[in-house]
Design a binder for this molecule. Structure first.
Ligand code: PUT
Length: 274
């Protein structure tokens, strides 16, 4: 994940280690990053910086939709995305489908600062395959958020065209999708191919960026696609005041950060325009 380099941190204790039906699960307690969840050897989240990823993958699509009442989360077994989506004032119902019940179980035990998301009264949690789930739920959701691991192992199918087509069919008119789509520093091909797939399926699509220091390169982004051809991703339909940020306990996302997330470096724009 760090081509030609390494990333290291001091581990105080290995809190949990198991091989589930789908992947290797490891939870660490560390000196500088707090608790860390690692799946198949890849950092998924650390207590120090998880809020950047969880807030951005949630609020970017939610705040681009005029009325995001019903939201589907695919993946997100640590509970962090559910925690953020539940904060949005217009969201009434959240359905989450996570394939690996062991990730949910381990997160509830060791990562309560994220797993608190599972306690929301708005949430219905299913253990199963998001792909299969959507085949039986057409035109049902306003927003679909895919919080997946990287495209190795169980998440490969979530970066493919038939997955984006299926999400499109599960959306209501004017629906929006948002998916983890990799870093432009080390995985430009993935960013570019995921955006192309999204553009094939949705009249409006873009890549937005955020900073997560413990992910490869410290940068990760999201592909966001909308069925509403009038949407302007960098002009959120719902804006938050400073008071809203504080009362919703937002630590990374703000209306200004939202607008800036769609401003990409020139070399990235050049690649994505090809
Ligand atoms: N959902 C976690 C994303 C991990 C990216 N490397």
């Amino acid at each position: 994940m760090w081509p030609g380099g390494t990333f290291s941190f001091e581990v105080k204790e290995v809190l949990h280690k198991e091989k589930s039906k789908y992947q290797d699960i490891l939870v660490l307690d560390t000196t500088s990053l707090g608790r860390v969840l690692v799946l198949d050897g890849i950092i998924q989240c650390t207590q120090k910086d998880e809020f950047s990823y969880q807030e951005m993958i949630s609020f970017l699509p939610l705040c681009c939709h005029k009325n995001p009442e019903k939201v589907l989360i695919v993946g997100g077994g640590d509970g962090g995305v559910a925690r953020e989506v539940a904060k949005h004032p217009l969201v009434k119902e959240i359905v989450q489908v996570e394939i690996d019940d062991k990730v949910i179980e381990v997160s509830k035990k060791y990562l309560p600062f994220m797993a608190v998301g599972f306690e929301s009264k708005k949430l219905k949690l299913h253990v199963g395959d998001g792909f299969e789930f959507m085949k039986n739920h057409s035109q049902e959701f306003d927003v679909i958020i895919t919080d997946s691991s990287d495209p190795v192992g169980p998440a490969v199918s979530l970066f493919q065209e038939n997955y984006f087509a299926l999400m499109k069919s599960a959306l209501k008119p004017n629906g929006i999708v948002c998916s983890q789509a990799g870093t432009y520093w080390y995985s430009m091909d993935l960013v570019s191919s995921t955006l192309k797939i999204c553009k094939n399926q949705f009249p409006k699509a873009a890549y937005a960026t955020t900073s997560v220091p413990t992910y490869p390169s410290g940068q990760i982004g999201f592909v966001i696609g909308s069925l509403d051809s009038d949407v302007q991703f960098d002009k959120p339909t719902l804006t938050f005041s400073r008071q809203d940020e504080l009362s919703m306990n937002l630590r990374y996302y703000s209306t200004d950060v939202h607008k800036a997330a769609f401003a990409l470096p020139t070399f990235v724009k050049n690649e994505l325009e090809k």
